[in-house]
Design a binder for this molecule. Structure first.
Ligand code: ADP
Length: 505
């Protein structure tokens, strides 16, 4: 039983991890390591290898060989699905442990991780169900002597790069469709939060996948990540992270024309009309910006409120924000944990300072909590800003923290224009009881996900991805399978006819 192998982290213990390459747990060839800090205590709690170029190369070659020559490449979709279901069962059996590891590594609430770990096996069950339904089609030929069909084949070796905010869930977004399609995988989690991916790797081996199908390398973005993305034997890059890094990743992949999916930043609008249910709206806005300490690409960081109700809504939001319980992410009563790492906390604080210089009004929050029990952790209070206009930096740039900017509007046309006045297009919320207006606005907002009277809901079977500079391609749903497959057309001559060799068919 794997759960006996991977015990929960003990207090004060520093865990040592190895990478998974070609079915073996290994150190970096250079012997170099990097430290992962628990953001609640501010102390090192795990040490992982720092992969150099040679380690990246060995991992990519392992994935290449597993794809081109190993048993994986010859398996049917039904056989791949069997392994995927076994993996899903193991994730479910080890959910508690994985949740604790990720909460310790990145400060995400244990209560959020409980929900995620219930959902993550579903990603693998869903795509396992799809693995034997990936098929081409026959195409009626315009030439009577031909039979033509297509095959939907796996793209090959996937190089995946994860961000630090939700490693295991975002891993599932990529790995489940890739396995269903028959690809092999090399993944690099973020340097700040590598532990949960390395724990997951052990379950992968336990599930019985052939060596080389799934490889984990750990290291920094501009070195290890860059080498992986640029490796000429990587056929596809699956990236989640910031828009700036996404551009670098795309340039790196372009050199060898690897396919890319990029799931990038956001500055998502949450739009509240005058007929909205204020209780539900308050709850949804809080979920959108303060859940996960605001460290989500889909954060509803721009709140547009109809001019007839801003005071009523902002006072409810501020009242709730002031009572949000900050604390130990492992404590089930905690509502907001620390920011995942020190530099991110500094970034959030600097945006709050900028908002004050730009003339925004601070309604609540804005500083680190005074509570001495939170002194060691990277905490920041839930923050609400009013008197923000769309030209300010806090309105335009992704903060990736619990900072809400509030705007007011008078007409539907005006709010649509303001909501769309951003480089991003990941998500949006629309709050109204008017069904026609809800759909009208949903259609007019240029973003990949729109929630009507809800916020921050995702599922394995619903396509997810960005418009504009929020990304390229879609994760989740059957759409995602297209990102890991390519189409081959096969032409079969039926009658032995010959033709003029100097003309096109
Ligand atoms: P942040 O949200 O902190 O800005 P990034 O988007 O830079 O994070 O990082 C997301 C992931 O991308 C991390 O795993 C990081 O190591 C990786 N990364 C950073 N820079 C590069 C790069 N130049 N090439 C490939 N991966 C990178």
């Amino acid at each position: 039983m794997i759960s006996q192998l991977i015990e929960a982290p003990g207090a004060g213990e520093i865990r040592q991890y190895r990478m998974l390459i070609n079915g073996k747990l290994v150190e970096a060839r250079s012997g170099k390591t990097l430290e992962s800090i628990n953001p609640y205590t501010g102390r090192v709690w795990a040490v992982v290898p720092e992969a150099g170029d040679e380690d990246v190369d060995v991992a990519v070659q392992a994935a290449r060989t597993a794809f081109d020559e190993g048993p994986w490449g010859r398996m049917t979709g039904t056989e791949r699905a069997r392994l995927m279901r076994r993996l899903a069962d193991l994730i479910a059996e080890n959910a508690e442990h994985l949740a604790t590891i990720e909460s310790t590594d990145n400060g995400k609430l244990r209560r959020e991780m409980n929900g995620q770990l219930k959902a993550i096996p579903e990603w693998f069950y869903y795509f396992a169900g799809a693995a034997d339904k990936i098929h081409g089609e026959t195409i009626p030929s315009d030439k009577p002597n031909f039979f033509i069909y297509t095959r939907r084949e796996p793209i090959g070796v996937v190089g995946a790069i994860l961000p630090w905010n939700s490693p295991l869930l975002l891993l599932a977004f990529k790995l489940a469709p890739a396995l269903a399609a028959g690809c092999t995988f090399v993944i690099k989690p973020a340097e700040q939060t590598p532990a949960s991916t390395l724990e997951f790797a052990r379950l992968f081996t336990e599930a019985g996948f052939p060596p080389g199908v799934f490889n984990v390398i750990t290291g920094f973005g501009p070195t290890t990540g860059r080498t992986l993305v640029r490796h000429p034997r990587v056929d596809k890059v699956a990236f989640t992270g910031s828009t700036e890094t996404g551009k670098e990743v795309m340039k790196g992949a372009a050199d060898h024309l690897a396919r890319v999916t990029l799931e990038l930043g956001g500055k998502s609008p949450n739009i509240v009309f005058d007929d909205a249910d204020l209780n539900a709206t308050t709850n949804g806005v809080i979920a959108g910006i303060f859940a996960a300490t605001g460290q989500t690409c889909i954060a509803g960081s721009r709140l547009f409120v109809h001019e007839s109700i801003p005071d009523a809504l902002v006072s409810r939001l501020a009242e709730r924000a002031r009572t949000i319980k900050l604390g130990d992410p492992l404590d089930p009563a905690t509502e907001m944990g620390p920011v995942a790492f020190k530099e991110q906390l500094a970034k959030i604080k600097s945006y709050i300072d900028i908002s004050q210089q730009e003339g925004a009004q601070l309604v609540c929050g804005g500083k680190q909590p005074a509570d001495p029990s939170l002194r060691d952790g990277y905490f920041i209070e839930p923050t609400i800003l009013t008197q923000v206009d769309n030209s300010m930096r806090v309105a335009r740039e992704e903060i990736f923290g619990p900072v809400l900017s509030v705007f007011s509007f008078s007409t539907e046309a005006e709010v649509i224009a303001q909501a769309n006045d951003t480089q991003y297009g990941l998500a949006a919320g629309v709050w109204t009881r008017d069904g026609q207006r809800a759909h009208r606005v949903a259609h007019a907002i240029r973003a990949g996900t729109i929630w009507i009277n809800a916020y921050r809901v995702l599922s394995f079977n619903v396509p997810f991805g960005g418009y504009k500079m929020s990304g390229i391609g879609r994760e989740n749903g059957l759409e995602a399978l297209h990102e890991y497959t390519q189409v081959k057309a096969v032409w079969v001559e039926l009658e032995g006819q010959t033709r003029d060799p100097f003309t096109l068919g």
